[in-house]
Structures are given as structure tokens and as C-alpha cells.
Design a protein around this ligand. Structure first.
Ligand SMILES: [Zn+2]
Length: 212
């Protein structure tokens, strides 16, 4: 569902550019709005959310899909935690839909899907691990790296129930925006994947904007 935001970038309290293939970890306070902006288009942003006060409570794809009765995320979607509570609500979306079925790229999946030679290629899982190692104050460990959201990624479910990775439906300047319903940690990998079309084979930067 396409819903445009009324928030203006010049009023944002934080603006962070996440370079192509890079990562970000930070806190979004309850009531703040986070926008993820696909600056150049066709870029996947692999994202995890945690309760900032108890990181054992985290985003749950399964609970989110069951509660909304649909497989894609878009405006109106409530992002549900492993405790069944709403963590964030998507309030604006100019892309139209986002994936939470496909998972994130990893050394292991690159090896299985593409080639043994791809084992050492930069991946989202490595990005998350780097972020939590660089910022131990968030209290996240390897065990907390779980199922994620792929903002802007196009993973259509076929009529037969299959999953396919397809060319993105995002474009330069498209964004998704969500309001935090609790204090959350956002852990984001700006996907460095080069072997499937999730980034158009060309990783590009995204921008994060936060409003009070
Ligand atoms: Zn990735």
C-alpha cells in the first residue's frame, strides 16, 4: 500500500547515511519515527529490531505475518515481537511492499546458493556480527542474530507457494517509515550481496532519518 509521509527531512533530528555494504546499530525511542530511504533504488536493507531494555524480546517474522494475515510488509503493518507486542508500526511506504521471508545473506548461504568460491564474500550476517562486536554496550550476541526484515527486497510468493528472488520494485528516493511503539535497537545491514538481484548486483547507500 502506497502512503506518502508528511514529515520533512529538514526537521529530522538524525540523518545517517549507511554506505553501500555497510551497517548501522542505534536506538529509536518510543514515539520517534524512523525512515529508511533507498537513495539510488533497488537496494535491500536487512534489518533486525530488539526491545532496547530487554534484548531477549525481538522482532518476530512469524508473529508479524500471522497477526496481519499477509506475507508482505507495508504501510499499516505492525512489526510484532517474540512476546506478541507491537514494536513499530509502518506508517508510510512509497515502495509498496517489503520481504520478511527470504532471510539474510551469509557466508554459508552464499556457498550453498552460488559457489564455494563465494564463501569469503561480504554478507549481511557478517555486517550484523561486526556491528554487535564494535558496539558491545547494546548487549547483543551471536545468539541474538535471528530472522529479519528485508526492506525494499522483492521476494514474491508464487501461485504454487514457491519463493523467488526477483528484481527490486524500489527506485531512487523510495522510502519506508515506521513509528516506534517501544524503545528499540535497530540493527541494519545495507546488503552487500552481489550474486542475486536484491541490490541489482550493485550495492548502493541508504539514508536513515529519525524524527521526534
Ligand atoms: Zn544481504
Amino acid at each position: 500500500m502506497i502512503i506518502e509521509s508528511t514529515l520533512r527531512p529538514d526537521n529530522a533530528v538524525r540523518r545517517i547515511t549507511v554506505d553501500a555494504g555497510d551497517h548501522y546499530i542505534g536506538t529509536i525511542k518510543a514515539g520517534q519515527t524512523l525512515r529508511i530511504l533507498d537513495l539510488e533504488g533497488n537496494q535491500a536493507a536487512d534489518t533486525l529490531f530488539y526491545n532496547a531494555h530487554d534484548t531477549s524480546e525481538r522482532y518476530s517474522a512469524m508473529d508479524t505475518l500471522r497477526e496481519q494475515g499477509a506475507v508482505y510488509l507495508t504501510a499499516g503493518t505492525r512489526l510484532i515481537s517474540s512476546e506478541g507486542r507491537t514494536m513499530l508500526t509502518i506508517t508510510a511506504d512509497t515502495c509498496g511492499r517489503h520481504d520478511t521471508l527470504g532471510g539474510a545473506c551469509a557466508s554459508e548461504s552464499n556457498t550453498v546458493r552460488y559457489d564455494l568460491e563465494k564463501r569469503h564474500m561480504h554478507s549481511c550476517r557478517d555486517n550484523w556480527m561486526q556491528a554487535i562486536a564494535d558496539y558491545p554496550a547494546y548487549g547483543l550476541t551471536k545468539r541474538d542474530i535471528t530472522h529479519n526484515i528485508n526492506f525494499f527486497m522483492n521476494v514474491p510468493v508464487t501461485a504454487e507457494g514457491g519463493l523467488t528472488f526477483e528484481d527490486g520494485i524500489s527506485a531512487p528516493g523510495k522510502y519506508v517509515e515506521m513509528v516506534a511503539e517501544m524503545d528499540v535497537i535497530v540493527l541494519l545491514s545495507n546488503c552487500p550481496q552481489l550474486n542475486n538481484p536484491c541490490n541489482g548486483y550493485n550495492p548502493t547507500p541508504v539514508e536513515l532519518l529519525v524524527w521526534d
